[in-house]
Design a protein around this ligand. Structure first.
Ligand SMILES: Cc1cc2nc3c(=O)[nH]c(=O)nc-3n(C[C@H](O)[C@H](O)[C@H](O)COP(=O)(O)OP(=O)(O)OC[C@H]3O[C@@H](n4cnc5c(N)ncnc54)[C@H](O)[C@@H]3O)c2cc1C
Length: 472
């Protein structure tokens, strides 16, 4: 994993990083961030910088060894977010782990399952007006091997992101492991970006992103960029405040304006970054697509049954630890399980899924190995949130944050490139899968909800029964 090109790209000091003049700055060296950085670096005339809040952990067994998946949950490479209390779950809060590490959630945390959604998932994105995001455009695939050919209904074996040569986890830093090394790509780890610096373009309504401010070893730095800032910090950026707050507080808005005019600093220099709560309100176009999905007219999978051979006894989550940042700066994560206007529908899907699973479990061989059926109160997160900076499509900024080229509305030189841009949930893992992190002694059925408005493809895991002594 620690190839010479990777080592040369990761800068040991902030001074070495700041010695370069960047055309592009990528905020977040995660799953999407490193992919976009590597693609840009293929052009030798460009200089690209990546700022990643977490550490590089190339030689850690819990990261590299596939069989140790799940052990990093709740550890130093996890942001350790949690939802607010969920009314629909009897007030329970759920831990929402996200990767804080070079490689992002693909690195330390994710479970390496690799699959694709249904053709209809992507075509729905395009139908909303996001040109180029339909199945045919995204995947020029000649192959016809289900489930990779646009229909994931039925039974199939998922592909895993494990390197067949080394047997190690294959994750995002592989994007930047080119040979020969790319001398135009520079990565700084331990760099927490706190602000995207915006300036008003002369005689324009629009803003332009000119650089970013970040903290490294408790010192503050800024770095400018000649072309674009690319935000790839995942679905929940804990540091970047939400300028929507200004809308409900006229005095704060006035102060911010004043501060900006005098000093070119403050909240107005920060990008919009929606949270999932606002996304529970669908546009009519989104609602009509979602309604269609549940009428039985489509062949889109709604429930995923995972025959899971994992053993969760050794996995621990610290549910409410906030070791990394103050609670004030943490995002409010409220997926509104079983609670919003679509809550009844979500619950109905879960109940039907559980009933069907119960029927399946009466038949051998499952009947011999599954002991109990878990009820809805055991619903846990499935760790695939999307849509916090969604593509707006036909409805533009009324429905989202970026256009179909992932450019932030109203700001020049700023894009968002990560899972947050997906406007609707897909019926697949997208870089994953969940686990029962609470270490049940008896594994049975477990209900999991896709963490997005709203549940498309709920999961019901048919885990194995814990066998005596099987705690390796
Ligand atoms: C436990 C778990 C299991 C999963 N299992 C699977 C699976 O088996 N298969 C699958 O397909 N998907 C799985 N997923 C989902 C998948 O890993 C994520 O959806 C995907 O990695 C998201 O990619 P991203 O680029 O949007 O964000 P990330 O990969 O999370 O990258 C965001 C990066 O930005 C950094 N960052 C954030 N804020 C800042 C800041 N202010 N300054 C600097 N850096 C910042 C973060 O530290 C992180 O490295 C799983 C997820 C989890 C949590």
């Amino acid at each position: 994993m620690t190839t010479p090109s990777l080592l040369s790209a990761v800068k040991p000091t902030v001074d070495e990083f700041l010695a370069h003049h960047f055309d592009f700055i990528v905020i977040g060296g995660g799953t999407a961030g490193l992919a976009v950085a590597a693609r840009l670096a293929e052009n030798p005339t460009l200089t690209i910088g990546v700022l990643e809040a977490g550490a590089a952990a190339f030689d850690e067994d819990d990261v590299n060894i596939p069989g140790r998946y799940g052990r990093s949950l709740g550890g130093p490479h996890d942001w350790k977010f949690e939802t607010v209390g969920q009314k629909g779950l009897g007030g329970r809060t759920l831990p929402w782990p996200r990767g804080k590490i070079l490689g992002g959630s693909s690195s330390a945390l994710n479970f390496m399952t690799w699959n694709r959604g249904n053709r209809e998932d992507y075509d729905a994105w395009e139908e909303l007006g996001n040109k180029g995001w339909g199945w045919n455009d995204l995947l020029h695939i000649e192959t016809n091997k289900a489930p990779l050919s646009g229909s994931n209904v039925g039974v199939w074996t998922a592909i895993c992101t494990v390197d067949p040569g080394t047997g190690a986890r294959s994750y995002a830093p592989r994007y930047v492991s080119s040979n020969p090394p790319r001398s135009n790509l520079h990565i700084l780890t331990g760099a927490l970006v706190q602000e995207i610096i915006l300036a008003r373009r002369e005689s324009h309504e629009d803003w332009v992103a000119t650089g970013v401010r970040f903290v490294h070893h408790e010192c503050e730095f800024s770095v400018s960029v000649s072309r674009e800032v690319i935000l790839s910090a995942g679905e929940f950026d804990p540091s970047l405040p939400n300028p929507d707050d200004l809308k409900s507080n006229p005095q704060a808005a006035e102060d911010a304006k004043d501060e900006y005019q005098k000093h070119r600093t403050g909240p107005l220099t920060i990008l919009p970054c929606s949270m999932s709560e606002s996304l529970s309100h669908f546009t009519p176009e989104q609602s009509s697509i979602i309604t269609r999905r549940f009428t039985g007219e489509t062949k889109l999978g709604q429930i995923e049954y995972i025959f899971d051979l994992g053993n969760w006894r050794s996995i621990h989550i610290r549910p409410s630890s906030s070791a990394n940042s103050s609670s004030a700066s943490r995002p409010v994560i409220d997926p509104k399980y079983y609670d919003s206007s679509h809550g009844e529908l979500d619950l109905d899907i879960m109940v039907q899924g559980a009933r069907f699973a119960a029927e399946m479990c009466k038949a051998k061989p499952l009947a011999d190995i599954v002991h109990q059926l878990w009820a809805v109160e055991n619903t846990v997160t499935d760790w695939h949130p999307v849509g916090t900076c969604a593509m707006g499509g036909n409805a533009g900024k009324e429905a989202g944050v970026v256009d179909e080229r992932l450019r932030v509305y109203g700001v020049k030189g700023l894009r968002v490139v990560d899972a947050s841009i997906m406007p609707l949930q897909i019926s697949a893992h997208f870089a994953g899968d969940g686990l029962d992190a609470r270490g049940f002694g008896f594994q049975t059925h477990r209900l999991e909800a896709h963490d997005s408005p709203h549940i498309i493809g709920a999961r019901l895991h048919l885990g194995h029964t814990m066998l005596p002594g099987s705690n390796s």
